[in-house]
Design a binder for this molecule. Structure first.
Ligand SMILES: Cc1cc2nc3c(=O)[nH]c(=O)nc-3n(C[C@H](O)[C@H](O)[C@H](O)COP(=O)(O)OP(=O)(O)OC[C@H]3O[C@@H](n4cnc5c(N)ncnc54)[C@H](O)[C@@H]3O)c2cc1C
Length: 409
């Protein structure tokens, strides 16, 4: 392969959830595909990251590879209860008899991203889609007839279309001259995975604490997933996040949030300032390179829009490429790719704004917002809507991105 260029109809850069979904979605549409991935085959992907998988994502996976969505459902958990506390006092609680709904695919499920990636990898193998490991894309040149890409090892690929799913630091994005625009959160967040104690598990509840009294009045979100707990701690502006992440301080906070038996059960900790950015274009000038997932957008995780929107990008990119590949005229092929870009850019802006509203609710310390939250907490005992507003707001608005066409109306 180093000597002569390899001709493949479609190359996907990156074997994260977006790239693997794109490859499966292309295969499902009869388009042969290869993934080129920078990491080695025996890589260890740290942390659970995207635990909350929306029903629409499960349905997409089930559609492109029947059985795949259901495998995630079998592995994941659906929590029946959501609760919110204000300075240690409960202001909202609701338990659903049938939290997942009545169909085969529930409204959501919760499992480690590493498990989701294992299911995707197995599905690729079963469907004969190859991953070229140790193949970091280094150069990308697109032209009217296709794309030429070169990996760090000197391999050269020539392809009709390239899906850039190579994550936040995307080389593909840089190579086609596309930039991110947006902002970054001011506060840091400490994100912790804690292993469950199987002999004495906590009830499966998603709990949000406003100003948790046990951890210095910081906001804390606790979410169950198969095998453990995700704990998100919102740092104060004066905090040194590295100190909060130290074994001693973190163990103490976890003991106060979840209980003493969880003190030494931290399996992953990370500190983030979340970016809220979208690419200024989702395609190159020649309409041959399609950006998807975190190569195209980054959102704060409140509302769980990261991996979920990456899967939607991947499916729509595959659909556009499958049509463009068979198109009899170049303008039709270009229009398909442009439609992809228009739709997913619009969706990304919607998702960015939604995650931004959640972030604003969490970090806005203005007198107006503080008074509004405190008033809702006071009213919650008498007026359920006030408690429900406090429970809902940390995840941003409900609803999906609008459907966009490239026509005028
Ligand atoms: C703490 C946290 C919590 C989160 N929670 C959620 C959640 O609950 N729900 C949700 O939907 N999302 C969540 N997310 C976001 C989610 O983890 C990401 O959106 C998701 O991993 C993005 O997938 P991706 O495939 O686009 O990128 P990545 O997962 O980054 O994958 C990119 C792949 O490309 C490879 N690569 C990089 N450079 C190259 C190159 N030059 N050539 C070839 N390959 C390359 C990488 O090795 C990697 O395999 C969370 C994120 C964080 C940090």
């Amino acid at each position: 392969m180093s000597e002569k260029a390899e001709k493949s109809p479609v190359v996907v850069a990156g074997a994260g959830p977006t790239g693997m979904t794109a490859a499966l979605a292309l295969r499902a549409r009869g388009v042969p595909t290869t993934i080129v991935e920078a990491d080695s085959e025996d890589r260890n992907r740290d942390g659970t990251r995207a635990i909350y998988v929306h029903g629409s994502t499960l349905r997409t996976l089930e559609r492109i590879d029947p059985g795949l969505g259901k495998r995630l459902v079998e592995r994941g958990l659906v929590w029946p209860t959501r609760r919110t506390l204000w300075r240690g006092e409960e202001v909202f609680s609701r338990t659903y008899d049938d939290p997942g709904g009545s169909g085969d695919i529930p409204h959501f499920t919760s499992l480690p991203q590493t498990d989701t990636e294992t299911f995707l990898r197995d599905a690729l193998e079963e469907n004969g889609v190859e991953i070229q490991w140790d193949s970091a894309v280094e150069r990308v040149e697109s032209g009217p007839d296709g794309v030429r890409l070169e990996t760090a090892g000197g391999d050269v690929w020539e392809t009709e279309y390239l899906v850039g799913a190579d994550g936040a630091g995307s080389t593909v994005r840089n190579e086609i001259g596309v930039d991110f625009r947006g902002s970054q959160s001011e506060n840091s967040f400490v994100i912790v995975d804690v292993e469950e104690t199987p002999e004495n598990p906590l009830p499966n509840e998603r709990v949000f604490h406003y100003e948790h009294p046990g951890v210095g009045g910081r906001n804390v979100l606790v979410v169950p997933f198969t095998g453990g707990w995700r704990v998100d701690i919102q740092c104060k502006e004066s905090d040194d996040p590295d100190r909060l992440c130290s074994e001693e301080v973190l163990g103490e906070m976890i003991a106060r949030i979840l209980g003493e038996r969880y003190r030494s059960r931290v399996s992953w900790v990370s500190e983030y300032k979340f970016k809220q950015v979208t690419a200024n274009s989702f395609v190159d000038d020649h309409r041959r390179v399609l950006l998807a997932g975190e190569a195209a957008h980054l959102f704060a995780p409140y509302g769980a829009r990261g991996m979920n929107s990456g899967v939607a990008d991947a499916d729509e990119a595959a659909s556009a490429i499958a049509v463009a590949n068979r198109a009899e005229t170049e303008p039709v092929a270009r229009a398909e790719v442009e439609l992809y870009a228009a739709r997913r850019q619009k969706a990304a802006e919607f998702n960015k704004d939604a995650a931004g509203q959640a972030l604003k609710h969490l970090r806005d310390d203005s007198i107006v917002t503080r008074t509004k939250k405190a008033a809702a907490a006071k009213l919650a005992d008498y007026w359920e809507d006030a408690g429900e507003w406090l429970d809902d707001a940390p995840y941003g608005p409900h609803g999906s991105p609008p459907i966009t066409s490239i026509g005028q109306y």
